[in-house]
Design a protein around this ligand. Sequence first.
Ligand code: ADP
Ligand code: MG
Length: 814
Amino acid sequence: MQSPLEKLNKFLELEREQNYENRAVVGGLDKAVPYWEREARAYQLPEELISFIVEKLQEYPRLQPEQRKEIIQQIFAQIETCGASNKAPAQLVEHPSRHSSKGSQQPSVKKETREEDNTQISKILQTPLERVSGVGKKTADALEKFGVRTLQDLLYFFPRRYDDYSRLKPINKLKYGDEVTVLGVIQAIASRPVRDGKMQLIEAIITDGTGTLRLSWFNKLWYVNRFPKGTQVAVSGKLDMYLGKLVMKDPEIEEIDREQLHTSRIVPVYPLTSELNQKTLRRLMYKTIMQWAPKVQDFLPTSVRTSLKLLELGIAISQTHFPDSQDSLDQARWRLAFDEIFLLQLGVLRQKLSWKSLPARVFEVPDSWIEQRLALLPYELTNAQKRAIQEIRIDLASGKPMDRLLQGDVGSGKTIVAAMAIGMVTYHGAQAAVMAPTSILAEQHYRNLSRVLTQSGDDLPAILQPEQIRLLTSDVRGAEREDILNGLQNGSVKLLIGTHALIEDPVQFQDLQLVVIDEQHRFGVSQRAALRKKGNNPHLLVMTATPIPRSLALTIYGDLDLTVMDEMPPGRQPVETHVLHPLERERAYQLIRHEISNGHQAYIIYPMVEQNENGDGLSVVQEFSRLQKEVFPDLNIGMMHGRLKPEEKDEVMARFRDGQYHILVSTSVIEVGVDVPNATVMVIEGANRFGLAQLHQFRGRVGRGAAKSYCLLIPESDDALENERLSVMVETNDGFVLAERDLQQRGPGEFLGTRQAGFTELKMANLTDVHIIEKARQQAQFIFQKDPELQLPEHALLAKRLEEFWQNGKGDIS
Ligand code: ADP
Ligand code: MG
């Protein structure tokens, strides 16, 4: 590519040869200015040089040949003094206003004032939009809907996509289907009424010397006056064919001597609301970017930027909005995506470092204790379970707070691992708490954990007595609640199991040393932090059945210690999964009958509690009575949904578990954790309404015992039979595969299901991009090794940006 200065040189030399008649550029030198200016900027020529030249060239046509000669000499001289005849300097230079450079022959860059300017600039960038000139209240309100409030937000309000009109073609080279920009002169333009006068068709012909091209629009009458015969225009659009001839229907059109925003380039397309028009927004963006992007301070330490060859921030921002080429767009997006992941990693790592820097109580247990406890279990642990227990044992003895994520697919047996951790802590008389997302699950944990922990052997005393283990949910009230709260404070209660009721203020522990959180994706980060604060640097064990893909785990949990239980208890058979036609429902009922006659039980899930007004979709309440009356009058059916009172739910669950109900019909409240190994059929009605992670959780309710289990997915209509999620479910039982798919399909926000701190800030980054993640992680680790508190001057901007980044979702993340 020719440098902009070389190009300029050619024009100016030509002018000189032609005696300064302003003929070197068709239409006059000033016509070349917008193109040149943009190129010069893309080329990173010094701003003051660009503005100097632009100003001179704009004056040029109005001057006498003598003065023109002088101007051209000045330009040459200026290029000399700037020493910019070669490629651009790496650093963007401050952008002096046009005024200040006027008349000054040698504008110089004042480096000393930079720091001052920086504070100034970061203040300006925080200006609310409605106070920015050129942004009306209406526009500001419309942008607010996208969370864009300040000038800085606007710089980071990125295009949704791009239309690539950067490929200029002469008319005789055009082909059907091309998406191009054509430059030409309007040869004719006219309008005529069509469709009985309901619409106006505007037609124009342009020529570029190689041929002519027909353009057409509907109802844009003002174009006739706006682009009269002889106007030089750039038109962009897709080539269509009409009666054997190429036409461009409804192209974007602009006069050539204006700043080209909508044509001839890779054009940004922004997310819109009805109040905002694409062109208006694009114009506002252009103005903002041109003025402010070059002034944005780059918070990335130079070492990081150079070692990864990242674009400078201001350039990355402006190239993301108005890219010069696909390549520079890619580079810009890479840089911005890197920023996001890098900030995320820094935050996570810092969190981790500060957490790990605190001391924690040491809990050690003898080998014999573990062996004896495990010998009491009715089954042999899997190797994965043994490994998990071993890792936890080391953590608890380390003197640093454990911060471990235990990840294991549904049914992998996490509960017993938690029970052992609880045993290790209560062995020394300390307290533990287990928080579960639903009261059904809390109650189940209460029962299972009580059974394991109160079990005694021949010479082996129980770990805890029944009264030392208590259940607290929001419906535990009155005297019982008082009793629990007292027991926690005086230390007589050793294990508290419950829902988020655990984090309420009155709950105070005497000596909380272990916090276990089940199905962690169900909790917000602040809830987790709140529970942890009930103790003094307690150990933390977080359990999840959501198999987090490694790339994502690295990002969200940073250095969180990860234990993956990738092994199922023996004897489990994969659940056989089928998608049924809605009319084949009867087959599902037959299977249920068959399984029940063999002593098993079944679940049927519905997407709704009660039918809505439109009457679409199946609901638990309606279907429950239909099934009971018409389909299974001889069987006992239980009904479960979120509108039942907690004690009613417990009652229903208890009956199902005890086998009093053959069938349990339920909404998604049953989704997590419920463990009834005797159930072998899971029928999911309206299956197309559920997400993959949820479907996998439902399916995990069966296949928990040795018997073969079935999962039948029944979508609402035949159209939904092709549903991609349902086919993936049939394809695999592997939670990890499903999680990867889910992540691809729905993105991390949906996938995690919580408002994870920091995640709202991710606009560019794709959390499946392992390459960026690992690079960012490495760099973050380097930085903290060198400067754990981010106190070095070269990290000052970074520290500030890091605060901003994490502000939007305060709380801890691990
Ligand atoms: P999850 O990981 O989904 O929480 P649970 O801890 O609820 O799984 O365990 C699922 C079922 O498997 C329970 O009924 C439990 O008693 C049983 N289980 C756990 N570990 C083993 C094992 N090693 N062998 C056989 N059954 C086991
Ligand atoms: Mg569980």
